[in-house]
Design a binder for this molecule. Structure first.
Ligand code: F6P
Length: 320
């Protein structure tokens, strides 16, 4: 393969720049030409192309966000949009594509592969860590640490005012960020969409903890777990304690990536470019423990990544 393309697509995640750097420099090192498209699939459709040299990816390893920008493309979800994208890839002489993004972006990559036989290689880039076939996706570790920083700060004010704080973290339909940040932050409870819970029981637990002398509490909740419930009001009514609800939101997507995310991203980016150039197609690279792996996109997208229920149990044990 003489010329490959790189895109970042969907929600940005810290470490995407390092993944671009890893893929670009590995490919350039093997004598291939590299182009990037701005704004993910949308940029392929609109032909927003940039030739990439080694210097193009210089100085970006410590930066959050993505140098190539990103988008969630509506047009690419249509057959006409995908046809346009393929035409532009071919017009630019791009023989294979590295797609850095989450499950939506990988679904797009699979479509290019299955509908047109086009060579693609996915790199898991998402703060949610909900992608099957890898222990970690690029950005998760940074997002967890960002959430943890906020949780630690909130703990101070919760203690001082003897309040209950509910802290909502991102994760779309999954609770990976909530569970990890909650455990690390010593949360009294973690609420995630994957495991049924009762707010009433949590209120009972808060009262029991209060009776044991614990006058302030933190509850970490995944954004997808609670809907249409005024949690603050519910807790105040059922415990009599003052409560506050905070949404951490998009701050979890920004910031300089942790060392873990940088190294992971460099390794996965390079692994993806190397496999693509060596003739492997329709896969997503990942890590299994410390080992670099690669799985067919059909497998990666066939099942949901499962939460470890033991970890949730540990939250309860630690809060008791
Ligand atoms: O998938 C990453 C993510 O940050 C989710 O955790 C969140 O639900 C979603 O993206 C938010 O998307 P947007 O940036 O479009 O509001």
């Amino acid at each position: 393969m003489r010329r490959i393309g790189i895109i970042t697509s969907g929600g940005d995640s810290p470490g995407m720049n390092a993944a671009i750097r890893g893929a670009a420099r590995a490919a350039l090192g093997r004598g291939a030409q590299v182009v990037g498209f701005y704004h993910g699939y949308e940029g392929i459709i609109n032909n927003e192309v940039i030739e990439m040299e080694s210097r193009t990816v210089g100085g970006i390893i410590a930066k959050g966000g993505t140098l190539l920008h990103t988008a969630r493309s509506k047009e690419f979800r249509t057959p006409e949009g995908r046809k346009l994208a393929i035409e532009n890839l071919k017009k630019n002489g791009v023989e294979g594509l590295v797609v850095i993004g989450g499950d939506g972006s990988l679904t797009g990559a699979r479509a290019l592969h299955e509908e047109f036989g086009y060579p693609v290689m996915g790199v898991p880039g998402s703060i949610d860590n909900d992608i099957n076939g890898t222990d970690f996706s690029v950005g998760f570790d940074t997002a967890v640490n960002t959430a943890l920083g906020a949780i630690d700060r909130v703990r101070d004010t919760a203690y001082s005012h003897e309040r209950v704080f509910v802290i909502e973290v991102m994760g779309r339909h999954n609770g990976f960020i909530a569970l990890e940040a909650g455990l690390a932050g010593g949360a009294e409870a973690v609420i995630i969409p994957e495991i049924p819970f009762s707010l009433l029981e949590i209120c009972d637990d808060l009262r029991a903890m209060h009776a044991r002398g614990k006058k302030s509490s933190l509850i970490v909740v995944a954004e997808g777990a609670l809907r249409a419930v005024d949690v603050r009001d519910f807790i105040e009514k059922n415990t009599g304690y003052e409560a506050r609800y905070i949404v951490l939101g998009h701050m979890q997507r920004g910031g300089s990536p942790t060392a873990f995310d940088r190294v992971l991203a460099l390794q996965l980016g390079a692994h993806a470019a190397n496999r693509l150039i060596s003739g492997h197609h329709g896969e997503m690279v990942g890590v299994d423990g410390t080992k670099l792996v690669s799985h067919p996109l059909s497998y990666v997208l066939s099942t949901e990544r499962q939460i470890d229920p033991e970890k949730l149990l540990l939250v309860e044990v630690m809060a008791s």
